[in-house]
Design a protein around this ligand. Structure first.
Ligand SMILES: [Zn+2]
Length: 373
């Protein structure tokens, strides 16, 4: 199936570099979640994603398929023009930006929107970062959390979603800490604060309490909550990033109506798909898995997501950031691999041709359009 005409609702992505940073940045970090300089320097060019990506970019720029030729070719163009050209080719029609990442190097949501006229751009609130910015103004966890709930209630109508990186910081096994444990944990965080600099929150009682404070707000406001699951930033303990840990959220009567999107999911794609098959509030997204994995693994992941989950609860996104090239590559491979997987579902008799075309529109666009309204 050729899905190139179907637009993408990019519900899981980040902002772009300012031009000067973009021009100086190396290519290797765009193709790997590694941050270790030795890993990137010695092995960064040896992943299937990197090799494939360089050939794709060489074709785009019309140069030799070598890293040096691509680095050279991309310097010759105009940055805003490149952004518009790549977004147009990627057919991205909505762009949701989690702006809680590399805030000193990336453009603001408004500046990103100005780069792509005609494409609606909305903000996603990264909860742990938003909370960190408020720590200094409070002396007790109870007052911080009450103020945080109030702030998110105010933000909810204007933002597309909330997003938690608990998987990276303290794990998805979200506990129910006692009030005194939360106060105790908060005191330690508060004492370590350097004035004027928001702390990097990695206190389990505090993050868990924050989530139990925020999730009812999200459920009431019908604001979807994205959770990173599976692989992602290298500070995570992958064992604690299994989305099965989120079961208590789906079981909690008080959170009825809450919609949770499991992002990335790899290697726990089957687990995320299972959750989406039994809980009305669970959705599965494969951003980052597409395009970071091999072509074979991207196909496997997409198929695994659909093993059990309704096609109306599976989503694609780019999880792209920093350079427009990551948006272009992810959208291109997402469509191509989805087409291949849907061809298989037709051959297997899982879907008719018409149903497979409907699935393609749902997975690329309509599921997100409905979810983020
Ligand atoms: Zn992500």
């Amino acid at each position: 199936m050729d899905l190139s005409a179907i637009p993408l609702y990019d519900h899981h992505a980040h902002a772009l570099f300012r031009e000067a940073t973009w021009r100086q940045a190396p290519l290797e970090p765009y193709f790997s979640e590694a941050e270790d300089s030795e890993q990137l320097a010695r092995f960064g060019r040896d992943t299937l994603n990197f090799r494939r990506g360089i050939r794709d970019l060489a074709r785009f720029y019309g140069c030799d398929p070598t890293v040096d030729a691509v680095l050279d070719a991309r310097q010759r163009g105009d940055y805003p023009e490149l952004v518009q050209w790549m977004f147009a080719e990627a057919r991205i029609r909505h762009w949701l930006i989690d702006d809680g990442l590399w805030t000193d190097q990336l453009l603001s949501v408004a500046d990103c929107a100005a780069m792509v006229p005609g494409i609606p751009v909305r903000r996603i609130v990264r909860l742990e970062v938003e909370l960190a910015g408020m720590v200094e103004q409070h002396d007790r966890a109870s007052s911080l959390l009450a103020a945080f709930a109030e702030r998110l209630q105010k933000l909810a109508p204007d933002v597309a979603a909330f997003k938690s990186i608990a998987a990276y910081r303290t794990g998805l096994d979200i506990g129910r800490p006692s009030a005194s444990d939360v106060e105790h944990a908060f005191s330690a965080v508060r004492r370590a604060v350097v004035p004027g600099r928001p702390p990097r929150l990695a206190s389990k009682p505090l993050i868990d309490a924050m989530l139990w404070t925020v999730l009812p707000v999200a459920a009431a406001a019908r604001t979807p909550v994205q959770f990173h699951t599976g692989f992602g930033d290298p500070d995570l303990d992958l064992r604690l990033a299994n989305p099965l840990h989120l079961r208590p959220l789906f079981e909690a009567e008080a959170l009825r109506g809450l919609r949770v999107v499991c992002l990335h999911s790899y290697p726990y794609v089957r687990e995320a798909g299972y959750l989406a098959s039994v809980y009305p509030g669970a959705y599965v997204d494969l951003g980052l898995t597409v395009p970071y994995a091999s072509v074979h693994a991207m196909g496997t992941a997409l198929h695994e997501a659909m093993h059990l989950a309704p096609i109306t609860k599976v989503l694609l996104s780019t999880d792209a950031q920093r350079t427009p090239e990551t948006f272009w590559l992810a959208a291109r491979w997402g469509r191509r691999v989805l087409g291949q997987v849907l061809d298989t579902t037709i051959a297997d008799g899982d879907l008719s041709g018409d149903e497979a075309r409907l699935a393609a529109s749902r997975i690329l666009f309509d599921n997100a359009a409905q979810l983020y309204g």
